[in-house]
Design a protein around this ligand. Structure first.
Ligand code: PEP
Length: 263
């Protein structure tokens, strides 16, 4: 049975001075059996969030929002996977804002994924199409190409043992208040598992959790979690609001109980 996961992407928000309090508040308001919770603050707030969660709720995992594709070297301003030891146990790779801002390619994202898995970080690999690509009927092809580009060189067994998670995040839905429909997200989740199957993932394709991300709120999370193929959410803007996170994780708890994960 796949995990039910709610991951918070705080993007470029919070400071070391205020991140710990926010993490504690969110943690204390989202205790739901069977739901895996992850908070991904900016790098500089990782230690503050780790320390706060150790006090409030050690069940909440800490994640980074990015990792470099090399292990060390002359890469000013970058963070390598081994540097995250003791700070984070998860990492987001391939977020569309990094594809946009840092021109990350699928091949580069695949190398980041490899460094994450080698370091024992649980990766959330983000994929998703642009609006024009969806309107042209190419959404599935675009996501398939992203998966092939990032995963072609990966041994499925290694990715499975690293418990890879995939987040389907249509770019036009991120931070726009315009979410996909549950049906569209579910169709894409099926397509993603078909792509993994075509890459030789076998049963691992079905065991891989797939999250939806893109303007998720407490009001619309139910639409996504009603779909058996969707295993949770990657939440941006709403993840900075404790009331929203309480509602989102409460709804995820219903799914976890229905899937027999809560006991
Ligand atoms: C995200 O940051 O991955 C995201 C989906 O953002 P938002 O929820 O704000 O759309």
């Amino acid at each position: 049975m796949r995990d039910v996961i709610v991951a918070a992407n705080w993007k470029m928000h919070t400071t070391p001075a205020d991140a710990g309090d926010l993490a504690s508040t969110v943690a204390s308001r989202t205790r739901e059996a069977g739901v895996t919770r992850v908070i991904c603050p900016p790098y500089v707030a990782l230690a503050a969030v780790r320390d706060a969660l150790a006090e409030t709720d050690p069940d909440v995992a800490v994640g980074a929002q990015n990792v470099h594709h090399e292990l060390a070297g002359a890469h000013t301003g970058e963070i390598a996977a081994p540097m995250l030891a003791g700070l984070a146990s998860w990492v987001i790779v391939g977020h569309s804002e990094r594809r946009r801002d840092a021109a990350e390619t699928d091949e580069l994202i695949g190398r980041k994924l490899a460094r994450a898995l080698e370091a024992g970080l649980r990766p959330i690999l983000c994929v998703g199409e642009q609006l024009a690509e969806r309107e042209a009927g190419r959404a599935t092809d675009v996501v398939d190409a992203q998966l092939r580009g990032a995963l072609a060189d990966h041994d499925p067994a290694a990715a499975a043992s690293g418990r890879l998670v995939i987040a389907y995040e249509p770019v036009w839905a991120i931070g726009t208040g315009r979410n996909a429909t549950g049906a569209d997200a579910s169709a894409m989740a099926d397509a993603i598992r078909a792509s993994l199957g075509a890459l030789g993932w076998g049963e691992t394709a079905d065991a891989t959790p797939i999250l939806y991300g893109g303007s998720v709120t407490s009001a619309n999370i139910g639409e996504f979690l009603a779909e058996p193929s969707i295993d949770g959410a990657l939440v941006g803007g709403a993840s900075l609001k404790p009331d929203e996170m309480a509602g989102i994780v409460a709804r995820a708890g219903i799914t976890a109980r229905a899937r027999g994960l809560a006991g």
